[in-house]
Design a protein around this ligand. Structure first.
Ligand SMILES: C[S@@+](CC[C@H](N)C(=O)[O-])C[C@H]1O[C@@H](n2cnc3c(N)ncnc32)[C@H](O)[C@@H]1O
Length: 316
């Protein structure tokens, strides 16, 4: 079904293509295959030779990506057999090393990740990611995870909740929001996105509908909870740690981040590996979207791409 991905525009696609320079015959990992927007670019650049490994924590998105890639491969080859080895795995990218070892792949030429959520996740009220759609307060990308956003909101102590919101999103009113959550949940569990939005709006004394600010008052709290539910900081750290062990000499790593906590983690990691003589930083400053892309795709406005190259091991 083409409608799966209709309207899906991968962010910074030209910049990703130019800076990651995928060549025929290479082995490429798309750690967040999603709707396969970027994976399709890699597939095309491999040009009938090489290996494409795609991971996604969300099996529903992986299924969409799989349909798209398999269709492209079949069209390309005129059969159902792809000349490119395509491996799509339901896994968190924190497990990339284990996934590759199971596939018998010892090193790769490209590791790419386009962090965060896809439009399919945000648009599906039942997933609980959106403060603009009423649904269960879930936010798990991987349904195998045991803890939902509702569990965190209803179980954590006030201080812990305030810290979580502040550390993951720098929400300045984190303490006030945590206090209000604890007051409200004493009367009744907070189990829906709209109930949480109301609590936050109340804590901030704003009306979420007729607000003045361009940014919805629940934006940061929702981001913080999503990051905690999916352990996003830990998983990104694990991917960044594993990458130097997995990349072949001259291999490239590219990460697209959407908020300052993620972007800072990538920046500091690349800097540290560059001081160790392991990486050469390709993007001295993060690459951002041009005006035309910003207009066409609002999600691109906060996207920041950083790329580094794996240097050869120093002799001795
Ligand atoms: C922004 S979307 C990727 C879109 C994709 N680049 C495209 O063009 O279609 C992010 C995807 O990464 C997945 N994801 C987020 N964190 C992940 C993680 N730690 N491990 C694996 N997949 C993850 C999400 O489920 C989502 O499908």
């Amino acid at each position: 079904m083409e409608s799966d991905t209709a309207g899906h525009i991968p962010v910074l696609s030209e910049q990703v293509r130019r800076l990651l320079e995928v060549k025929p015959g290479e082995t490429v990992v798309d750690a967040t295959v999603g709707l396969a927007g970027h994976a399709m670019l890699f597939f095309e650049a491999l040009a009938r030779e090489g290996t494409l490994v795609g991971l996604d924590a969300d099996p529903a998105n992986l299924a969409i990506g799989r349909r798209r890639l398999i269709r492209a491969a079949a069209v390309e080859d005129g059969s159902s057999q792809s000349p490119i080895r395509i491996e799509l795995v339901h896994a968190n990218f924190a497990e990339l090393e284990t996934v590759l070892s199971r596939l018998g792949i010892r090193s790769v030429d490209v590791i790419f990740a386009d962090l965060g959520m896809s439009s399919t996740q945000l648009d599906d009220a039942e997933r609980g990611f959106s403060f603009q759609r009423d649904g269960p307060l879930d936010m798990r990308m991987d349904p195998r995870l045991e803890v939902t956003a509702a569990d965190l909101v209803n179980r954590l102590g006030e201080r812990e909740l305030g810290d979580l919101i502040y550390h993951n999103s720098q929400e300045r009113a984190s303490r006030r929001i945590a206090r209000r959550i604890c007051e409200v949940r004493r009367q009744k569990r907070i189990t829906t996105t709209s109930a949480l939005v109301e609590v936050i709006a109340n804590a901030l004394r704003v009306n979420p509908v007729s607000r003045r600010s361009r940014i919805h008052p629940a934006t940061k709290t929702f981001q913080a909870l999503r990051m905690a539910v999916n352990e996003e900081t830990r998983c990104l750290g694990a991917l960044l740690d594993a990458a130097p062990r997995l990349l072949a000499p001259d291999g490239r790593i590219g990460i697209v981040a959407f908020h300052s906590v993620e972007d800072k983690a990538v920046k500091l990691n690349f800097r540290a590996r560059s001081s160790d003589g392991i990486y050469r930083i390709v993007t001295k400053r993060p690459v951002t979207a041009e005006e035309a892309e910003r207009q066409a795709n609002p999600r691109s406005r906060s996207a920041k791409l950083r790329v580094a190259t794996r240097l050869k091991e120093q002799a001795g």
